[in-house]
Design a binder for this molecule. Structure first.
Ligand SMILES: Cc1cc2nc3c(=O)[nH]c(=O)nc-3n(C[C@H](O)[C@H](O)[C@H](O)COP(=O)(O)OP(=O)(O)OC[C@H]3O[C@@H](n4cnc5c(N)ncnc54)[C@H](O)[C@@H]3O)c2cc1C
Length: 392
């Protein structure tokens, strides 16, 4: 057993998109960081294949990624701008957003997860951050001044602050004594990619369905699109059991054949959809970021954006700490928690509210919710306020 302790300013458990971005942001502020994950970073993969995991990255997140050197590392051939968005209610009411009307280049950018991870890795390497892969967490112990992470292989790391960026079922969260179980929405996010007969013109489409599901068609570069079908569990299983041809036909029909004939280019995969609300995202010398701190429904496409917001806030609180040299000082962690409380609560309220309002248990709301969509569509000030918070 290796008893030697390695010291850093910050330890980050979890090298998903949020952990990687936070590490790069902290290193740019001159902090020493060690980053741990059980997996090695995925290879950039065959460029002829399209990743089924795609994200709608808000302009605010894109600006953050640019500041840490990752956005510019993305190939522009793999990014699609959402220039407009059309939301259709379950009685046909519509709500439309246009980047042009809001004076923006794009409402969001669609980027594959693999491409985003590959773009973040050079930012980590340039900063000299140690990325420990195949890391199996053994224990976390806290003294008054630091946290010590011991890996199962015996390596020990210590820092003033330990950050849990290890996803919805965070081990760090549990080790810090914050007890919370993600709650299932009873839905799966079924994702797949398609070639389309007709051009999408940068338009993202979303249908709230009578069965409580939500189907999103997101533009990919060229005549391609990616779908996220948030389907009730039973329906998701039915969709996944279909032949590729039958599944493709079902997707085309569910989207009123808006892009003509479809051809599947990446087979479907499914992710359970879970909500996670925590009483707090901080503890003694510990902070949570990304899905470790909150789980939101993907209908607003904001989960990773919320995580990038956490990373940005934590990095800036630590950069502005002035005479407080200690990166894990309670005053700094409380400042971070205060900055994130409102945006996280707002996102939970909006997404859970929409899931409930369009859920199958409230069919009596059908007319009201559709009238609501159309009303918002006719109120430019309300529409602009809604769009501005998503853009940020
Ligand atoms: C279907 C679907 C579509 C979505 N679409 C969007 C979208 O369009 N826009 C958007 O903003 N968000 C979207 N989201 C949400 C988004 O996927 C998550 O919010 C985001 O991936 C969270 O990133 P993260 O880095 O916090 O966590 P994760 O991606 O879960 O990363 C956690 C990392 O920690 C590591 N780890 C975990 N436990 C351990 C352990 N015990 N030991 C070692 N390592 C560990 C894992 O290997 C992983 O690398 C979507 C989600 C779903 C399900």
């Amino acid at each position: 057993m290796n008893a030697q302790i390695e010291r850093r300013d910050v330890l980050i458990a979890g090298a998903g998109l949020v952990g990687l971005a936070l590490a790069a942001a902290l290193a740019r502020n001159g902090m020493t960081v060690a980053l741990f994950d059980r997996q090695a970073p995925p290879s950039s993969g065959d460029p002829a294949l399209w990743d089924t995991r795609v994200y709608a990255i808000s302009p605010g997140s894109a600006a953050f990624l640019q500041r840490i050197g990752a956005w510019q590392a993305l190939s522009c051939e793999r990014i699609a701008a959402i220039e407009s968005m059309r939301i259709v209610g379950d009685q046909g009411a519509t709500l439309n957003f246009s980047a042009y009307e809001l004076g923006e280049r794009a409402l969001a950018w669609i980027v594959e997860e693999r491409a985003l991870r590959s773009a973040l890795l050079p930012a980590i390497h340039v900063a000299g951050i140690e990325l420990v892969t195949d890391a199996e967490f053994g224990s976390l112990a806290w003294s008054a001044t630091e946290g010590t992470l011991t890996l199962v292989d015996g390596r020990r790391f210590t820092a003033s602050l330990v950050v849990g960026a290890d996803g919805l079922h965070s081990w760090v969260r549990q080790a810090a004594g914050i007890v919370a179980e993600p709650r299932s929405y009873g839905q799966q996010g079924v994702v797949a990619n398609f070639d389309c007969e007709l051009a999408h013109h940068g338009c993202a489409r979303q249908w709230f369905r009578t069965d409580g599901g939500v189907l999103a068609w997101l533009p990919l570069p060229g005549r391609r699109m990616s779908i996220v079908w948030s389907a009730p569990d039973a329906q998701a299983h039915e969709l996944l059991a279909m032949s590729h041809d039958a599944f493709t036909a079902r997707v085309a029909e569910a989207g009123a054949n808006a892009l003509g004939a479809l051809r599947m280019i990446t087979p479907p995969a499914a992710f359970p959809l879970q909500s996670l609300r925590l009483p707090t995202s901080i503890a003694h010398r510990m902070a949570l970021v990304g899905d470790a701190a909150h789980g939101v429904h993907p209908l607003a496409g904001q989960g990773v954006n919320l995580g990038f917001g956490d990373a940005q806030a934590l990095a800036s609180v630590l950069a502005e700490r002035g005479p407080v040299g200690d990166a894990g000082a309670p005053i700094l962690l409380e400042r971070f928690a205060r900055r994130r409380a409102e945006p996280v609560l707002a996102m939970h309220t909006v997404t859970d509210g929409l899931v409930r309002m369009f859920g199958p248990r409230m069919p009596w709301l059908k007319t009201l919710r559709n009238v609501g969509l159309s009303a918002v569509d006719r109120l430019p000030i309300v529409k602009r306020a809604l769009a501005q918070s998503a853009l940020r």
